[in-house]
Ligand binder design. Structure first.
Ligand code: C2E
Ligand code: CA
Ligand code: CA
Length: 728
């Protein structure tokens, strides 16, 4: 959750930085560029159009001025005019052909005829002669105008401001015969009034054309100052300038605005889409990352304890070894195996077993250094990798601490249980620099620790390795012997009555004559057969042999040793019974010898098997009684038929002080339970009589016979029979 929040903040920031800001910048630049272009283009077009209009107006004005002069000249340069000027009876003609004609023909509103002294000769206003022109203010102003009053007497035309109105004024010398003398002049005025402006506007398609003195809205309208030749301002010519740019803007404006809006909306939509899709992408990437991390964790950690699993520990060990080689350091490897895990699991349930594993993991994690790695290899096997070991004492004290800590009780679901652990220890580089080699050697040391009685640690020694190698060879040879039936034999040792005279039964004992090593003692190869599982076919073979022998000596009880491995194998009862039937054996005359070892691992199950075997008719003997850790009282609670006092007790007779007392109490206990008591390892007559005094029921030992092949049994039985015969 925190991650998601952090992600979205990060994501928001980077999205803003990498997508939104550049996009907005691009859009803004595009709009600004386009807007500026449009604006500049518009105003440029506008001002160009305005300039064009102004030029047009200027041209029209100068053209109309010259036209005005030309119109005047068409009369002033007309020869008959001078004649009529001089002649006094030509007034009517003059009125008709000058004043009236110019007004009607060209719209000249004021016509003056001046004599060479610049005095008024005749004046017409709008085609009509003026009666008293001297008093007319307009005439007066015209005479004051520099164009008229100037001494230079040339044809000329100009604009002027007269009576507050703009006007075109023209002066023309009237054609005459002698050119040396100053002659008459014709002056004409035409107001640039509304009519004039209207036709000008119409011709040039100008809007709102009008004159002003300059004070009227200079900002909005275009204007042009009309100046007379002398420099006098005649007036401003104002008009509403054409704005083709603005027009263009009006035309394309709405569509441009719409497309800007559309583009902006499209961008907004795209940004939204991009946002949601990249958001979901980054979220799914986060989820992917998380599940990847989870998978990574699962791949390298034990689910139950959370400790590194085999793969990770092996990896760490490899690294530590590589580092140690480079820096000439030592690495220690501790393999830890719980001693009573299976029993706890079976008696308290799998849940308790899991709890135990978790508790062990916690204790281990507390004990080790931070630089050490504690891992679980599976089941009840743990591992500790100690890199950078300074001295072996460090490792030994850790191993000892682990043994002590794990021998403390655990509280599982409210009840206290004791587990204990065995540890195998190997050191690099002494025991190997290779991971697999080191693991193998720690495993051998662990095996030795367990074999040596559990609840302890053992450090690897070279001799262990050799014994392991030997064991491997022996196992292979044993397998071969079992397959081809060569070198294996079952011999039998008699079980005598307490007087040592009567053979009550025989114990089947396995003999192996190795093809190259010669005879190998069962004490050596039986444990190997147990480790490798070979004991199961081997035991079945012995049982089959025993059945055959029993058929030869029906009066004898035949005892067969059963290994804990066989006993615990599933279906043991059924298989044993089937085998005995198959080989014609009689279960009631067969005694199965079991040891304490089968009882401690799972008491309930062991009891059930014993009961089942006895129900099938088999007799059960508790072998090597007194050698284990369990109390005699405890052992006597199992429903067996016989206890066999271990030969170490027999052999302590006369050596250890209280040996007789011990044997006596065992016998008493056995008898109290209704059991037979047999003593093993009887070698001397003294031992025999002591055991007889103690109350034993049967004896077995070299005093009577060693184990012999079945063929020799008959001979051994004879003296007993002879004895019986002698007594009978
Ligand atoms: P165990 O069941 O206690 O067998 C008795 C062992 O004591 C035999 O050793 C026997 O030869 C030896 N023994 C008998 N009398 C004397 C004596 O007076 N003095 C001394 N010092 N020893 C005596 P063995 O045959 O070497 O067998 C050793 C162990 O191997 C047996 O101990 C038994 O646990 C195991 N074993 C032998 N055969 C089999 C078998 O077929 N199946 C299984 N599962 N275990 C077997
Ligand atoms: Ca035995
Ligand atoms: Ca025994």
């Amino acid at each position: 959750m925190i991650n998601t929040i952090k992600l979205s903040a990060d994501f928001r920031r980077s999205f803003l930085r990498e997508v939104l800001v550049p996009l907005v910048a691009i859009l803004a630049l595009t709009y600004i560029g386009a807007g500026t272009g449009l604006f500049v283009g518009t105003s440029l077009t506008n001002s160009e159009a305005r300039q064009q209009q102004q030029q047009m107006i200027e041209a029209s004005f100068s053209q109309s001025l010259s036209e005005h002069l030309r119109q005047l000249n068409s009369l002033s340069r007309w020869g008959p005019l001078e004649q009529h000027l001089i002649s006094s009876n030509s007034v009517g003609w003059m009125d008709e052909n000058v004043g009236q004609w110019l007004y009607e023909m060209f719209g000249h509103q004021l016509i003056l005829v001046l004599n060479p002294q610049n005095q008024l000769v005749r004046v017409w206003r709008e085609g009509q002669p003026l009666a008293a022109p001297e008093r007319d203010p307009l005439v007066d102003e015209v005479l004051q105008n520099p164009l008229v009053s100037a001494p230079a007497r040339q044809d000329n035309a100009d604009y002027a401001r007269l009576m507050g109105r703009a006007a075109a004024l023209a002066v023309g010398n009237i054609q005459r015969e002698s050119r040396d003398l100053p002659g008459f002049r014709l002056v004409s005025l035409k107001f640039l009034d509304d009519g004039y402006l209207a036709s000008l506007a119409e011709r040039n398609q100008l809007q709102g054309l009008h004159f002003s003195d300059g004070s009227s809205q200079p900002g909005t309208d275009a204007r042009y100052l009309l100046i007379a030749q002398a420099g006098e301002a005649v007036g401003y010519l104002n008009w509403v300038p054409a704005r083709p740019g603005a027009q263009m803007l009006r035309t394309i404006g709405p569509s441009t605005g719409l497309s800007v809006l559309a583009i902006s909306l499209l961008c907004l939509y795209m940004v939204r889409r991009l946002w949601t899709s990249s958001m979901s992408l980054s979220q799914s990437m986060l989820r992917l990352g998380a599940s990847e991390a989870q998978a990574q964790h699962l791949a390298f950690h034990d689910v139950l304890t959370g400790l590194p699993n085999r793969a990770l520990v092996e990896d760490r060990l490899t690294q530590a070894l590589a580092l140690a080689t480079r820096h000439q350091q030592r690495v220690a490897l501790l393999l830890i195996d719980l001693d009573r895990f299976k029993t706890i699991n079976d008696t308290h349930g799998h849940h308790a077993g899991d709890e135990l594993i978790i508790a062990v993991a916690q204790r281990l994690s507390r004990i080790v250094r931070a630089s050490d790695t504690v891992g679980r290899l599976g089941g009840d096997e743990f591992i500790v990798v100690m890199p950078e070991v300074d001295n072996i004492g460090q490792v030994q004290s850790l191993a000892q601490r682990i043994v002590e800590q794990l021998s403390q009780p655990f509280t599982l679901s409210g009840s206290e249980v004791w587990s204990g652990a065995s540890i195998g220890l190997a050191l690099a580089p002494k025991d190997g620099v290779d991971r697999q080699e080191l693991m193998r050697k720690a495993d051998i040391a662990l095996y030795e620790a367990k074999n040596g009685g559990r609840g302890r640690y053992r450090q690897f020694e070279r001799a262990m390795d050799e014994s392991v190698r030997t064991r491997q060879i022996v196992a292979a040879d044993l397998r071969a012997a079992l397959q081809n039936g060569e070198g294996l034999e079952v011999w039998y040792q008699p079980l005598m009555d307490i007087g040592g005279q009567q053979m009550m039964g025989i114990e089947a004992l396995l003999r192996w004559h190795h093809p190259t090593r010669g005879p190998i003692a069962p004490g050596e190869f039986i444990p190997i057969a147990e480790e490798t599982g070979l004991i199961i076919p081997l035991g079945e073979w012995v049982l089959a042999e025993a059945c055959a022998t029993q058929q030869r000596f029906p009066e004898l009880l035949v005892a067969v040793n059963v290994s804990p491995v066989q006993f615990r194998a599933s279906g043991f009862v059924e298989r044993t019974l089937a085998l005995v039937r198959q080989h014609g054996g009689d279960p009631t005359r067969l005694e199965l010898e079991i040891t304490e070892g089968v009882l401690i691992d799972d008491e309930r199950e062991a009891r059930a098997i014993i009961v089942a075997l006895r129900e099938a008719g088999f007799r059960i003997a508790l072998d090597d009684f007194g050698t284990g850790y369990s109390s005699l009282n405890y052992l006597s609670t199992f429903p067996v038929d016989k206890i066999k006092i271990d030969r170490s007790f027999t052999q302590s007779l006369g050596v250890a002080e209280n040996s007789v007392a011990i044997i006596e109490s065992v016998v008493k206990l056995g008898h109290a339970m209704g059991l037979m008591v047999t003593a093993e390892g009887v070698e001397t007559a003294g031992q025999m009589s002591a055991l007889a005094n103690a109350g034993c029921n049967q004896l077995q030992g070299y005093l009577f016979s060693q184990a012999v092949p079945a063929d020799q049994l008959a001979a051994l039985m004879k003296p007993a029979l002879a004895e019986r015969g002698r007594q009978g």
